[in-house]
Design a protein around this ligand. Structure first.
Ligand code: AMP
Ligand code: MG
Length: 357
């Protein structure tokens, strides 16, 4: 990452008491195309707009090149709507930010290209941010949490993250698929459509019958692959619809996987000697997961925070906000060098030096 001619962060005008920094953020790591405007005014951060359009299907899962086509289709309208809602003109924007990774190559490429074009066209500095870290930083903005453990539960990612020694370190994670992908694959097997998590939740409310399922926690890591295979086998067995129903399986899948997640979150809180737990990622919208985390925190004496749903699912507000924090400390990409702003599909949370905290 090079410093470019745009190091406005060192401009005295921007750092004094009456400063205002306006940041435009773009999110495209997977199914969501989002644009948001975040500002910092006199040291106070605020989200002025957070507009999204997400790719969905009625049947089957997400097809990466169709998701990318979706993002190309909606990018102009989402950009305009976000600027209009924030009552900001593109000329008033100080910096363009985008989620540089991790994520699906097909969709990340659209965001990286779109952001670099805007930066070039309008002569703005460009910041590439890590999507997982953005989930944690937006929680610090919109809740009272200051130094939390993040239980990050999204489509592709499942990580337990906390700040330690200038990095957001991963203390536990999935050894195979993310919890969201697990729910989506399970839902696809039941013909429920994408995204599957909300459908599984709705069906789970109609059952209280627990079917024994594999519970896989290894230290602070979790694994869902074997559990998914086990569920697929159950769906295609003769007992399906007789001894147990899809409602029972949805209930049991949630109870099992969420208990695994709560167990590793609690262990990480104790290990890191932190007092606050926050939830992030689309699966964090799940009311049963929230309830289980709330109970664990209450029993163990931790504080528990859940940002509102618009900041849990993939969103551009968190990209704009982290981009703004990074811009202030000069983490700026060289717009002229296309390699500097290339997408990073496998970018690890703990590869980033946190120089803004
Ligand atoms: P993200 O990648 O963070 O946007 O999260 C997307 C994932 O969240 C998908 O796998 C969805 O199935 C899942 N999801 C969204 N809402 C819910 C919910 N209420 N319960 C469980 N999973 C959900
Ligand atoms: Mg996410």
């Amino acid at each position: 990452m090079k410093k470019s001619k745009f190091n406005l962060a060192n401009d005295n005008k921007k750092n004094d008491e009456t400063s205002r920094i306006v940041c435009l953020g773009i999110e495209t790591t997977a199914h969501t195309f989002g644009v948001s405007i975040a500002v910092e005014e006199n040291g106070q951060g605020k989200i002025l707009s957070n507009v999204r359009d997400s790719y969905t299907t009625k049947k089957g899962g997400m097809i990466p090149n169709q998701a990318a086509d979706h993002h190309v289709d909606v990018c102009d309208v989402v950009l305009k709507k976000s600027l209009d809602e924030a009552k900001i003109k593109i000329d008033d924007v100080d910096v363009i930010c985008f989620s540089q990774g991790p994520g699906i190559g097909h969709t990340l490429r659209i965001g990286a290209f779109f952001a670099r074009c805007l930066a070039h066209m309008f002569g703005k500095p460009l910041v590439g941010v890590n999507h997982c870290i953005a989930h944690l930083e937006i929680a610090r903005l919109v809740t009272d949490a200051t130094d939390p453990v993040l239980l990050y539960v999204s489509g592709a990612n499942t990580q337990v993250i906390a700040y330690e020694g200038q990095k957001y370190r991963i203390f536990g994670e999935t050894l195979d698929i993310g919890i969201g992908n697990f729910l989506d694959c399970f839902a696809r097997e039941l013909d429920l459509g994408f995204p599957g998590g909300p459908h599984v939740y709705e069906l789970s409310l109609k059952s209280k019958k627990y079917i024994e399922l594999p519970y896989v926690v290894k230290g602070m890591d979790v694994s869902f692959g074997g559990l998914l295979t086990n569920l697929k086998q159950k769906i295609h067995k003769s007992a399906f619809g007789k001894e147990y129903t899809k409602e029972d399986l949805c209930f049991s899948a949630q109870e099992t996987t969420f208990a695994m997640l709560v167990e590793v979150a609690e262990r990480a809180l104790n290990h890191c000697d932190k007092r606050e737990l926050v939830l992030g990622g689309g699966v964090a919208c799940n009311k049963r997961l929230q309830e289980m985390c709330h109970k664990m925190c209450k029993d163990a004496g931790f504080k528990f925070y859940v940002p509102e749903p618009q900041y849990l699912i993939d969103n551009a507000a968190m990209i704009a906000w982290l981009g703004l924090l990074e811009f202030k400390v000069g983490n700026i990409l060289n717009v002229e060098d296309s390699k500097d702003s290339k997408m990073l599909p496998y970018w690890r949370t703990d590869d980033v030096i946190v120089n803004w905290r």
